[in-house]
Ligand binder design. Sequence first.
Ligand SMILES: [Zn+2]
Ligand SMILES: [Zn+2]
Length: 171
Amino acid sequence: MELPVTKYHPDPVATGSVEANPDKPCLCCNRKRGYVYMGPAYSEIFHYLSGCLCPWCVADGSAARQFRAEFTDTGTIEDIDDPRILDELANRTPGFNAWQQEQWLTCCGDAAAYLGRAGAAELDGEFAAAKPALAPLGKKYIAALKKEEEPTAYVFRCLHCGKYLAYADET
Ligand SMILES: [Zn+2]
Ligand SMILES: [Zn+2]
């Protein structure tokens, strides 16, 4: 079965926010659909949603409705006025785990597509185009970045102008 299309998070399996898991039933649709959402889920009432929802119920908004959950905290996004964009990001897009509260980067008046975590190796490889965005952090800091250990960079790409965006954090 094809995974649902989420434009702001185009490949959540590659980023680790969705994992293959044949045994885990989804708390929302009660079906074992082969994949589980591993990213953050913010809900005042339900605190155990991460690892318990299928990506289909995330993408169609049913998990957000049923559990009054959001998958990304859009409260820190200041330069997007269109509530439809924030709604899609918070309620119908898989979020991602970061060391600190995650920041969804924006460009051209829209949320950007999240491409994944990067360390120095990835920034010299598949995400080389994102390196200029991190230049203000300095060469030494960039060289110390790691994909799985901190500090880590998070890479995005604008859906409109194609520019790569990135930021880095650590605990
Ligand atoms: Zn489900
Ligand atoms: Zn742009």
